[in-house]
Design a protein around this ligand. Sequence first.
Ligand SMILES: [Zn+2]
Length: 411
Amino acid sequence: MSSLAVIHAAQLVTLAGPKRPRVGAGMADLAIIRDGGMLIRDGKIDSVGPSDEIEKKSRGAEIVDAGGRVVLPGFVDAHTHLVFAGNRLDDFERRAHGESYQQISKAGGGIWSTVEKTRAASDHDLLLQAKKHAEWFLRCGTTTVEAKSGYGLTVEDELKILRVMERLNKETPLEIVPTFLGAHAVPREMDADEYVELMLAQMLPRIAREKLAEFCDVFCERGYFDVERSRRILTAARELGLRLRIHTDQLSNSGGAKLAAELEATTADHLEKTDGHGIAALKSAGVQPVLLPGSVYALGSPDYPRVREMIEAGLAVVIATDFNPGSSPTPSMPMILSLACTQMKMSPAEATTAATINGAYSLNRGEKIGSLERGKLANFSIFDCEDYRELAYWFGVPQTHSVYVRGKRIV
Ligand SMILES: [Zn+2]
């Protein structure tokens, strides 16, 4: 039996608390232990407490002296598009010159250009690029990510992306939670109804049979999948045993928040345009909002979601990177913490909760990860600072000292 004792954390940010997502004032309670430590046995947390108590219990254990640094649970990034080929550098430069999304799309950019590159890429090349992305996440202190398909849009290409995720899960320390997002865009070679039929008749049954995804997601937005088509896809997915997430209200208040409530989706994501009625609907059904300030920032938009109203309404808010090549090319949760505090006016403590334990619950893993408590996986990071608030404060500064997954140092 291997054991490891972490001692002398200036702040051991445990997020210990009730066994449910945190809401309201509870989002600001991080249960910090000063000069804290924890004992780890066989990859799981055995005990957490003041350093001197942990030291007494740690005979024979390998000692990790955190040296007065901050220790946090591994970040849980509950919304990413991790597997894709290439990049969107040309779109990035065009946007800098003030071109609109429509102009960029016409010039051969936009999501379709990533679909074409991803279809053309071999499994091997996709896996190689995804491994590079996984390495980035780990180096930023993220140990679990949700990852969506959606750059294939054919049966074979969607399966190819989901299989790359399966291999990534086996071949890197980053834990991947796979989501099928076939309904990311309508492929150019067919119309929306034909494509929905293809998803219902072929994609979803195969993905469910081969257990390639835990969640199904839909881009519910004017010009993508309207509420009626989104409902058909998500209802079929639910019947096959998948849990639900929805991209919605990003560009317009499309009624997707209400659809998420109606279908009892686990999460509704983006929500930049969601109003008070949408917030009330999410609350009534216990849907978790997943907010993505990185995409608002990278698109140069002033419209951040109304997080203060959501917290006041008692929603268990999650923040995530939305890592993708078009609208949010960042794997950095510390950057998202900074945006959450400066642009959305979350407190550093609320943002930390939204990036760890609440993310874990939104991925159906709240019992296993997201906090430093007895019995949970020993997924944690040591940061080169003395106060957890420094992570959001010193933006753009790499502060990762080391990262552990299941008690093993991997960064
Ligand atoms: Zn997204």
